[in-house]
Design a binder for this molecule. Structure first.
Ligand code: NDP
Length: 313
């Protein structure tokens, strides 16, 4: 039996409509959320991501501006830019597109972002708030994963969840959200012994390791929910045939572009899992829409805290 496909495009469209409604309400009160994106240098993948983020903001009525300092920028120059954006009231969200060029101290730049404007949720203050169950701004991809589960009515409380990957951006915050949702959580990484055996315990398996199709049916308990975060490009015929032989739609894409996207999960897993996110069209579409949601949330949280300060004065 084939797994239920968890359609990320549909979930993202639902959330987008909700965010658009919130923005309309704010706009009726004369308020417009603002997002500043910092893109340093000419990384082609980053340029595509940033274009998508700016376009999405504009479509939703979020004011957005893009800053593109040269690749040769110094840490001090970026810090100055971040400080300027921190001070501007009409900017609610500041997003520093990663990776930054090697001469830049990325941690210093990310930590310089005002936690109240940290729409990526990477600032240690927001990490701490999440881990002490007072989430403020939560990283977009993990927040999107939880929305997929919630909106598909997949129970989290009491379930065995296994997260493969322990990055600060995906693995760790996803594990934290699942813990906060009362799942029993195991986090795996490259040193985990018997990875297939640990994964087979999962009712909810999150694959965020960045290894094309590595999670095969041998890693999956029949009926489990599988969330595939990976975004990997397949560029050789041998790899294509391994995963997609006989798939006409993929064949056309591969012939036209010379590559095709695959997650960390082998497509065969759909024969074992109970529900699965596709790649593309699964977790990916949620990441941008959660950024929009975070920008609106950042605006509301900042206004609320300002109101509280005024009432204390
Ligand atoms: P990182 O490279 O930062 O982290 C990968 C993690 O996977 C590490 O913890 C690593 O372990 C672990 N890992 C790697 N290989 C293995 C292995 N063979 N067995 C077990 N664990 C392994 O990646 P990210 O977290 O940033 O991203 C993960 C994937 O998600 C990537 O494909 C990325 O492109 C994708 N992504 C997709 C997004 C979306 O919107 N769809 C958004 C963000 C990321 P260790 O710590 O021991 O090195």
């Amino acid at each position: 039996m084939s797994a239920t496909i968890l359609d990320g495009n549909r979930t993202a469209a639902e959330i987008r409509a909700e965010v658009a409604e919130e923005i309309r309400t704010l706009s009726a009160a004369g308020l417009k959320p603002g997002l500043a994106v910092l893109l340093v240098g000419n990384n082609p993948a980053s340029e595509i991501y940033v274009r998508g983020k700016v376009k999405s903001s504009e479509e939703l009525g979020i004011y957005s501006e893009k800053h593109t300092p040269p690749t040769s920028s110094s840490t001090e120059e970026l810090l100055q830019l971040v400080h300027d954006l921190n001070r501007r009231d009409e900017i609610d969200g500041i997003l520093v597109q990663l990776p930054l060029p090697p001469q830049i101290d990325s941690k210093r730049v990310l930590t310089a972002v005002d936690p109240a404007k940290d729409v990526d949720g990477f600032h240690p203050m927001n990490v701490g708030l999440l881990s002490t169950q007072r989430p403020a701004l939560v990283p977009c991809t993990p927040a999107g994963i939880m929305e997929i589960l919630k909106r598909a009515n997949i129970p989290v409380a009491g379930q065995e969840a296994v997260v493969v990957g322990r990055s600060d951006i995906v693995g760790k915050p996803t594990a934290m959200l699942l813990i906060n949702g009362n799942a029993t959580v195991t986090v795996c990484h490259s040193k985990t012994r018997d990875l297939p055996g640990v994964c087979r315990r999962a009712d909810i398996l999150v694959a965020a390791l960045g290894r094309a199709g590595m999670i095969t049916p041998a890693y999956v308990k029949p009926g489990a929910t599988v969330i595939d975060v990976g975004t990997n490009q397949i560029t050789t015929r041998a790899d294509f045939d391994k995963f997609f032989q006989g798939n006409d739609q993929r064949e056309q894409i591969f012939r036209r572009k010379g590559s095709t996207l695959i997650g960390d999960v082998d497509p065969e897993v759909a024969q074992v899992a109970g529900a699965i996110t596709p790649v593309p069209g699964g977790v990916g579409p949620l990441t941008i829409v959660m950024l929009m949601a975070n920008t609106v949330r950042a605006m509301k949280l900042r206004r609320a805290s300002r109101k509280a300060e005024l009432s204390r004065a």
